[in-house]
Design a binder for this molecule. Structure first.
Ligand SMILES: [Zn+2]
Ligand SMILES: [Zn+2]
Length: 264
């Protein structure tokens, strides 16, 4: 890679939660080059949605178009990586492994992720989470998140895991306040992190929390520090969905590398 630091988590209009006229490869490339940072395009790749939603950018095998478009740029720019934020489904592990068999060699970086285990109710959408909480008790939603995350890690399908405590994006004291019977302790996050260490999986230090009332990284700085002392391996991601946010977060990505001792 050309530069010292890498932002492993930026989304373009190849991601389903970004509109077609949203940021594209070149929009990021221009800024990354000026700010001297490598970037990895970590687009959402959700088997369930790709099969059903014609509007999903990867519908109907379009992943090959994505890789083709990327390859055309790769020759000119030595600071870009292709990647996917690949959704985990506990009942589709075989298909995920088959997918990786087919594509792992062609894609620079793949991060496992958990946003949605009851279809159509991603916990990373505030509106959808509120709808989910009308049907399922908050305690169960939180417990299920940690249980399925544990399954994702122990499956060892992924070498990298994104934002291990993203369940707290909206459920926290500054936003949707956890009910009394909910276990929202950081120890649970620490346990997931330790499980990553045990399974030799890299953990994302995701900086996107500044966009939400929680206003902290995922995991928190304290947890990252503890995991670092236990020899966890990290990668850093801004989780950019917009160019302005990407640009203003570059210095924070570089600081995170220093904090995590990754800048040697
Ligand atoms: Zn995500
Ligand atoms: Zn993301």
């Amino acid at each position: 890679m050309k530069f010292k630091y890498t932002d492993y988590h930026v989304h373009t209009n190849w991601s389903s939660d970004i509109s077609e006229d949203g940021p594209n490869f070149n929009d990021y490339i221009k800024i990354a080059e000026a700010e001297e940072i490598n970037i990895c395009f970590l687009e959402h790749y959700e088997l369930y949605k790709i099969e059903r939603d014609k509007k999903d950018p990867f519908y109907d095998g379009r992943i090959d178009d994505y890789l083709e478009e990327f390859d055309e740029l790769k020759g000119n720019y030595k600071f870009i990586l292709s990647g996917l934020e690949l959704e985990y489904y506990r009942d589709r592990e075989i298909e995920l492994l088959e997918f990786l068999d087919d594509y792992e060699k062609e894609i620079d970086f793949i991060g496992g992720t958990l946003h949605e285990w009851i279809y159509h109710y991603p916990i990373t959408s505030r509106a959808k989470l509120l709808e989910l909480l009308e049907k399922v008790q908050m305690k169960k939603v939180i417990d299920d998140y940690f249980e399925i995350s544990r399954m994702m890690i122990e499956s060892r399908i992924f070498k990298n895991i994104c934002h291990i405590d993203t369940i707290f994006r909206y459920i926290n004291e500054n936003d949707i306040i956890p009910l009394d019977d909910c276990d929202v302790s950081e120890d649970r996050v620490l346990d997931l992190g330790r499980l990553c260490i045990k399974n030799k999986i890299r953990i994302e230090y995701n900086l996107s929390g500044v966009k939400f009332p929680i206003n902290r990284s995922f995991p928190s700085k304290d947890i990252a520090e503890q995991l670092k002392s236990e020899r966890a391996k990290f990668f850093v991601g801004s989780d950019s969905h917009q160019i302005e946010y990407f640009k203003e977060t570059v210095p924070k990505v570089k600081e995170a590398y220093k904090f995590l001792g990754l800048d040697i």
